[in-house]
Design a protein around this ligand. Structure first.
Ligand code: NJP
Length: 236
């Protein structure tokens, strides 16, 4: 029997734009009550959500948004680890600030999001952690060394948590997209109008996969989903 999401509570990091906003809208349509975390604190124009400014590099800020979400809705069932940044280019040409930012946001931000939320997930009868990782978390890609390193870390974190949390009733899933047409990496290795952007997936394509993962019946779990635009190689 499918897992009904109506009435569940999800905290989504990086919910103000792109994939995170698409996930928020999709889950809201399924009756999920939402905590939305991003630096801008955007509520996406949705009523009844908890939306707070939160930089995922700040563990205390994540703890505050998790506490506010749990207090408002009586707990948290689902964490979507989505906030992330990317910058592409030859390894030695990557500005140091972009190296630091990718590690801080993608790696530490994911760790902090889990630490802030896990106490609530452990109290849920249907806990879920879904990490929006990347194809770059499954294989090394040229000109993406630091991004790959950060995404391998996310994939490793989520796989390890699966081992640790499965018996406590929490399912952990890595969703690994190829190119998605969002603001992501624009001006940092992607430029508006570049041909590759034309064939990219939509944020809704990823949101539908997340919805699929979350709605599977609770007798099994999906460890990883890899999805690609038809225009993109599978590097098989
Ligand atoms: O990116 P974008 P995507 N603290 O730029 C937020 C992965 N991915 O939706 O803070 C808190 O449209 C930012 O909000 P704000 C990617 O690695 C993508 O494409 O208000 N939040 C915004 O809501 C990432 O993990 C592609 O500016 C922070 C959101 O994050 C995830 O998908 C391919 C923050 C970013 O929205 C979402 O990326 C792939 C911070 N410090 C994986 N910094 C792709 N697009 O091609 C940023 O394989 N945010």
């Amino acid at each position: 029997m499918a897992n009904d999401l109506n009435g569940r509570v999800a905290l989504i990091t990086g919910a103000s734009r792109g994939i995170g906003a698409a996930i928020a809208r999709t889950l809201a349509a399924d009756g999920v009550r939402l905590g939305l975390a991003s630096r801008s604190g955007d509520d996406l124009g949705m009523d009844g959500v908890v939306a707070m400014p939160c930089d995922v590099r700040d563990a205390a800020a994540l703890a505050r948004v998790a506490a506010a979400t749990a207090e408002r809705f009586g707990g948290i069932d689902i964490l979507i680890v989505n906030a992330g940044v990317g910058a592409y280019g030859p390894f030695l040409e990557l500005p140091a600030e972009q190296l630091e930012e990718m590690i801080d946001v993608n790696v530490k931000g994911a760790l902090y999001a889990v630490r802030a939320t896990l106490p609530y997930l452990l109290k849920s009868d249907a806990g879920e952690i879904v990490t929006i990782a990347s194809e770059a978390g499954r294989r090394g890609l040229p000109n993406e060394a630091v991004y790959c390193a950060s995404k391998f870390a996310q994939v490793g974190l989520t796989r390890a948590l699966d081992h640790e949390l499965r018996e406590k009733g929490i399912r952990c899933t890595n969703v690994c997209p190829g190119g998605v047409s969002t603001d992501f990496a624009m001006g940092r290795g992607r430029t508006p109008g570049m041909a590759a952007l034309d064939g990219m997936m939509r944020p809704d394509d990823v949101a539908e996969v997340v919805e699929f993962v979350l709605t599977r019946s609770r007798n099994h779990r999906i460890l990883e989903v890899a999805l690609r635009p038809v225009t993109e190689t599978s590097w098989g």
